[in-house]
Design a protein around this ligand. Structure first.
Ligand code: UT7
Length: 336
């Protein structure tokens, strides 16, 4: 599928991120469940994660991320005409996180919508933002992805509580006056049949007559998700490259959803991408669901690796099961 011709072209022009102050280390977890720093590092690569305060919710994290974006962007966000918030952990069912962001910044001309595509949500939100701008319907879209996974994590379940952390990221997607644009290729996919019994949270305690465990907390068959993700993402990368008529050598940075370092290594091995060209946020922040990709991009910017003009392959995947990959040029000006 070739990228369709569009009326306008979109590019990412600013980034901001935020993580809460409180840190939960592997040693802290050793005191909660039967686990060890050695097991966690060996199986996941995770050393610590940031955890929201009791009265700190996803909208607070998203607002802080967008404030940081505004600082580096160097201009007000008054002319944003759409806010897309990606989250699996909204403060409320309604009002939405995007409405709370709109209220904070007083963006009077902005529409506001939340989307939930689980850990693939940031990639889906970028895809929608690109589509909205390419169609000529919008000019400047604020995409925020924020999660307070700690609030839906069962801290008595050692197979999940070691994984998750909280955080948020924001990017600005704007119409490109040069009509060149940064978005090059996209792939989306879903396997709804693999959902409820593999990786879920929610209110239902039974479905289709089958009892479910969890009661609002995350339940996951980690091994199944691992196998599915490695297979799916490596095949998706192949398709993305083919669509865009590019080779692996054309990719400057691979930014997969940061769920598990061992999983990233397996994806790189299967997709034949060098691990050294990967940006991730999992070691210091754990799995922050849809916030993990912007947090990894921030790590790339902060360390001076990710530069203006670099070609980036983003890939989100998660419960649903759902996945989304994007190839794009990084159009955020370098800070130095
Ligand atoms: O956000 C995207 C979606 N989610 C993911 O991407 C998660 C993908 N999966 C994973 O990251 C991994 O499957 C886990 C890290 C969750 C688990 O690692 P694993 O290597 O797949 O372990 P396992 O579930 O196969 O369990 C192996 C053993 C079991 O013990 P037995 O049955 O062999 O005696 C578990 O009970 O490890 C045990 N175990 C632990 N031991 C110490 C499970 N969790 C822990 C723990 N500490 N925290």
């Amino acid at each position: 599928m070739a990228t369709p011709k569009s009326l306008s072209k979109a590019r990412i022009t600013a980034l901001g991120t935020y993580v809460p102050d409180k840190i939960l280390t592997n040693e802290d977890l050793e005191r909660l469940v039967d686990t060890s720093d050695e097991w966690i590092v060996q199986r996941t690569g995770i050393k610590e994660r940031h955890i929201a305060a009791e009265d700190e919710f996803t909208s607070h994290l998203c607002i802080r991320a967008a404030e940081r974006l505004r600082e580096t962007y160097g201009a007000a966000l008054d002319d944003v005409d759409l806010i897309i918030a990606s989250t699996t952990t909204p403060d409320f069912s309604f009002p939405t996180v995007s409405c709370r962001v709109q209220q904070h910044f007083g963006m009077e001309r902005a529409g506001a919508i939340d989307l939930n595509a689980t850990c693939a949500g940031f990639a889906y939100a970028l895809h929608l933002a690109n589509g909205m701008i390419s169609s000529g319907l919008h000019r400047k879209i604020l995409v925020v992805a924020g999660e307070t996974m700690s609030k839906i994590t069962d801290y008595t379940d050692r197979s999940t509580c070691i994984l998750f952390g909280d955080g948020a990221g924001a990017v600005l997607v704007e119409a490109d006056p040069e009509l060149s644009g940064g978005f090059e290729s996209v792939i989306l996919g879903t396997n709804g049949a693999g959902g409820i019994h593999v990786y879920r949270t929610g209110l239902a305690e039974q479905m289709d007559g089958q009892p479910l465990e969890g009661k609002g907390k995350i339940v996951q068959n980690g091994r199944e998700v691992f196998k599915w993700a490695v297979r799916t993402v490596s095949a998706g990368i192949e398709q993305l490259l083919e669509q865009a008529e590019l080779t692996r050598e054309d990719i400057d940075w691979f930014v997969p959803h940061s769920a598990n370092l061992r999983m990233i290594e397996s994806i790189c091995e299967k997709a034949d991408l060098p691990l050294a060209k990967t940006l991730q946020s999992v070691q210091d922040m754990g799995n922050t669901s849809s916030a993990s990709i912007p947090l990894a991009l921030q790590a790339g910017v902060n360390s001076g690796r990710l530069k203006f003009g670099d070609r980036v392959l983003l890939y989100g995947f998660g419960s649903g099961l759902t996945h989304a990959g994007l190839l794009l040029r990084w159009d955020v000006p370098d800070l130095s």
